[in-house]
Design a protein around this ligand. Structure first.
Ligand SMILES: [Zn+2]
Length: 283
């Protein structure tokens, strides 16, 4: 029986990966269907639908086809607490956000954070990035180091990721493991600034980048700021090593305002994870 459950279970949509907007939307739709059937006097069918539907939501995350494509947008439109998916502030957090503006809250601008140009210049000078025609690529040894760090960190507990984040950020930043609508996230609490929320996949990727850069770049602020742009150079999924693809279609974790075309993004189809959004200020 356990075997059967294991075969039916879709781990990418259940356990700590459960998408709560999908679960809630499906439960509401299922309850409506069961209620309608009961009202029509089809009690036996209603009971069967309730049992099968509840089991499907429990084991597979959702029962209505394509739920991950519409539920986040649906729930985002409701006047309830924000959730990870589709909320830019929460969904697009980066380690580099931990150092910006925190120092400027009281007007005493200090510790100038590196600009995008500073980061690019430093990474080029350090040989981390290599110009190739009109393009820039990641040096092979850095890519190998980065991948090794990602393979280690993706196996780590969220609490361990929080410790790594603590050691790699300023002392005024406190990292803690948390959950956002049931999904694991890393929250960086900062003195004088709003907390920054990192999806686990982003935390793994950017913390691995910081660790991989330690032997190449001395300036810690540059190492922290490099993680976000480096995500655009990923070739393999940090979580499963599968190939990444560039897509313009919406995936779970994104909502596109009506009338706008979704941005191009780098995703892992197997993990349904987004690693970078192009032509956007972020992400
Ligand atoms: Zn993957």
């Amino acid at each position: 029986m356990t075997d059967l459950f294991d075969r039916l279970r879709r781990r990418e949509y259940t356990g700590e990966n459960r998408c709560w907007p999908c679960t809630i939307t499906n439960s509401v739709l299922l309850a409506a269907l069961v209620g309608t059937l009961s009202l029509l006097g089809r009690r036996t069918i209603a009971r069967a639908v309730a049992v099968v539907g509840t089991a499907a939501i429990a084991l597979r995350g959702y029962v209505v086809p394509y739920t991950p494509r519409f539920a986040p947008a649906l729930v985002a439109a409701l006047p309830i607490a924000p959730f990870d998916h589709g909320q830019p502030a929460a969904a697009s957090g980066s380690l580099s956000d931990s150092s910006t503006t925190a120092d400027t809250a009281d007007g005493t601008t200090s510790a100038a954070e590196p600009t995008g140009e500073d980061v690019l210049r430093t990474l080029l000078e350090a040989g981390v990035l290599v110009p190739e025609g009109d393009d820039i690529r990641l040096a092979d040894d850095v890519r190998d180091d980065w991948r090794r760090e990602m393979q280690t960190l993706r196996e780590a507990e969220l609490a361990t990721l929080a410790q790594v984040a603590d050691s790699q950020t300023k002392s005024s930043v406190e990292a803690r493991a948390s959950r956002n609508w049931g999904r694991p996230v890393l929250v960086l609490e900062r003195e004088g600034g709003a907390p920054v929320t990192l999806r686990r996949s982003v935390a793994v990727t950017e913390l691995a980048a910081v660790c991989a850069l330690e032997s190449h770049v001395d300036a810690a602020p540059v190492r922290r700021a490099a993680g976000r742009p480096m995500r655009s150079l990923l070739e393999h999924c940090p979580l499963c090593d599968g190939p990444l693809t560039v897509t313009q279609s919406s995936c779970c974790g994104e909502t596109t305002p009506a009338g706008q075309t979704p941005s191009e993004k780098l995703i892992c189809p197997a993990c349904d994870e987004r690693f970078f959004t192009f032509d956007d200020a972020e992400r």
